[in-house]
Ligand binder design. Sequence first.
Ligand code: OAD
Length: 243
Amino acid sequence: MLPIDSEIITAIQQAKHIAVLTGAGISAESGIPTFREAQSGLWAQYDPEELATSQAFQKNPKLVWEWYQWRNSLVEESAPNPGHYALAELEQAVNKLTLITQNVDGLHAKAGSQNIIELHGRINRYKCSVENTIIKTWHSTEIPPRCPNCNAFLRPDVVWFGESLPHSAIERAFSASEKCDLFLSIGTSSLVHPAASLPIVALENHTPVIEINPNPTPLTRYAWKTVQQPSGKVLPLIVNMLK
Ligand code: OAD
């Protein structure tokens, strides 16, 4: 069994408001490749950072659409892992927990978490690329399909590099990071802002930050505690130790 520092358990038990930030790493054990690891198969030659932009979509809408369809198929085949379930259980066990996620896979909601802020949208939701309205059904057979209202291409409702985050989501995320008295950063490379600024806001308020990630990140040296193990192993242990 992994040793979990008993100070971590005490801090969780005593916290009045825990903010949790998750990234692609928490879904790795559900079989969804993280953003920065090499891609497999047909997509190995492409860099996700070069596909997830509006410039890429303008240049080659079919390629970007198909890449998202592939990623969405991985999400559809996947299920929450013990890390997602443990966070849903943790929410019930503590006073207050705000779960802020950069993931677009919807697995936190599937696992039963309630108070979720999705910073980067949802991969299985679509919007008009011009009007930005959510589109639920369409008849177009083109790739990408076209908006039934204005005929522009549809695109996934995710945030691309260079785009702003949904206003209310980012506002609520900063507010929770300011007000919390314990911050958990789980499975994120802490490279992409503004999400990567959230633990910094906590640190500026002298709020302890715990990082769970098998690999070091730019946040590691500032964290109060670091657990360098997969979140699917660590989180269930933590939740068990609270009982
Ligand atoms: P990254 O792919 O950048 O980082 C994933 C992190 O998860 C890495 O630090 C890994 O070490 C860690 N990791 C891998 N396996 C893990 C496991 N089993 N348990 C815990 N951690 C594990 O993903 P994000 O930080 O989420 O944005 O990337 C941030 C954003 O960059 C994404 O939301 C996406 C991307 O561009 C948009 O799409 C806008």
